[in-house]
Design a protein around this ligand. Structure first.
Ligand code: NDP
Length: 282
C-alpha cells in the first residue's frame, strides 16, 4: 500500500514554523497584515475567506476584511485595491475568486501591486516565476512542491506529468517542477493517448476537476500521485481527480482528498505573506 501523504500534518508543521518567524519579526517591530477582499456572498468563497483569516490568526498576522456587495462595480473594486496598494501597513492583498460576472478578473488581478500579490496571480509574478526571478508563487502548486519535499520525494531528474494547464495550478506547477530540475510534460483535454502520457510519470500531478477520472490504467506502478482536484462524487462526497481506492495500491505515495493538497494552499498563502516582508524593503 502506498504512503499516504498527510497534507494536514505537513501544513500544520509549516504554519508552526511561520508562527515562530512571525513572532521573531514582531520582536524586531515588524508586523504583517493581509487584506482579504470578497465580492458577493458565494458560500464556497465565504468558507475559503474564513479559513484564510483563521490561518492569519493562528500564525499571529493581522487580517483586514472587506466584504463587498454583489453589485460592487469593477471601478469601485479597483479603487479599493488602489487604496490598499498605497497603505504601508498592508503587506498582502487577496481578492477571493471567482468574482461576479460583470467584473473582469484579469483587470482586477493586474490592479494589485505585484509586491502585495500574495496569490501570485499577477502577470509580473507569473513572469518572474518563468524566468527564475524573485516574486510570489501561486499557492497551490507551491504547496505541492512542499508536500513532495517534506515527504522526502526527490524531484530532480524525475519524469513529471502535470495534468491540467490552468493559469493558477497547471502552468505554475509545471514551472516549479522545472525549477526543481524535473523533466516535465503538461497534458490537457486535447492531449492524445492521455493514458500513455500519464503512465510515463514518476510523479503524476492531476488538476483537472474531473471526479475520480484517473483510474489505475493512467498510472505507472510505483508512481507518486498528487491529486489537486476538489470535486463532488455522485453521492455529493468530496473527492479528487483520482480514483483513490483503485489507484492507491499501485503507488509509492499518494495524496488523499480531502486532507492532501487542500490544506497546503492556505499554508503557502501565509508563507507568501511572510515573504512579502522581503519583497517590500522598509
Ligand atoms: P480549470 O478548469 O481552470 O482547468 C482544468 C484543466 O484540466 C484544463 O487545462 C483542462 O484542459 C484540463 N482538463 C479538463 N478535463 C480534462 C480531461 N478530461 N482530460 C484531460 N485534461 C482535462 O481548473 P483549475 O486548474 O482551476 O482546477 C483544477 C482542479 O483543482 C479543480 O478540481 C479545482 O477545484 C482544484 N483546485 C484545488 C485547489 C486546492 O487548494 N487543492 C486550488 C485550485 C484548484 P483544457 O485546458 O484543454 O481545457
Amino acid at each position: 500500500m502506498a504512503h499516504i501523504i498527510d497534507g494536514k500534518a505537513i501544513s500544520l508543521q509549516i504554519k508552526d514554523e511561520l508562527k515562530e518567524k512571525v513572532s521573531a519579526l514582531k520582536q524586531e517591530g515588524t508586523g504583517i497584515t493581509l487584506a482579504v477582499v470578497q465580492v458577493g456572498n458565494d458560500p464556497a468563497s465565504a468558507v475559503y475567506v474564513r479559513n484564510k483569516k483563521k490561518g492569519c490568526e493562528y500564525i499571529g498576522i493581522g487580517s483586514l476584511s472587506y466584504e463587498l456587495p454583489q453589485e460592487t462595480t469593477q471601478q469601485e473594486l479597483i479603487a479599493l485595491i488602489g487604496q490598499l496598494n498605497g497603505r504601508e501597513d498592508v503587506n498582502g492583498i487577496l481578492v477571493q475568486l471567482p468574482l461576479p460576472e460583470h467584473i473582469d478578473e484579469d483587470a482586477v488581478i493586474r490592479a494589485i501591486d505585484p509586491k502585495k500579490d500574495v496569490d501570485g496571480f499577477h502577470p509580473q509574478s507569473v513572469g518572474a516565476l518563468s524566468i527564475g526571478q524573485p516574486g510570489f508563487v501561486s499557492c497551490t502548486p507551491a504547496g505541492v512542491i512542499q508536500l513532495l519535499k517534506r515527504s522526502g520525494i526527490e524531484i530532480a531528474g524525475k519524469e513529471c506529468v502535470v495534468l491540467g494547464r490552468s493559469n493558477i495550478v497547471g502552468k505554475p506547477m509545471a514551472l516549479l517542477l522545472l525549477r526543481e530540475n524535473a523533466t516535465v510534460t503538461i497534458a490537457h483535454s486535447k492531449t492524445r493517448n492521455l493514458r500513455e502520457v500519464t503512465s510515463r510519470a514518476d510523479i503524476l500531478i492531476t488538476a483537472i476537476g474531473r471526479p475520480k477520472m484517473i483510474t489505475r490504467d493512467y498510472v505507472k506502478e510505483g508512481a507518486v500521485v498528487i491529486d489537486v482536484g476538489i470535486n463532488r462524487d455522485e453521492n455529493g462526497k468530496l473527492c479528487g481527480d483520482v480514483d483513490f481506492q483503485e489507484v492507491a495500491p499501485l503507488c509509492s505515495a499518494i495524496t488523499p482528498v480531502p486532507g492532501g493538497v487542500g490544506p497546503m494552499t492556505i499554508a503557502m498563502l501565509l508563507s507568501n505573506c511572510l515573504e512579502s516582508v522581503h519583497l517590500q524593503p522598509r
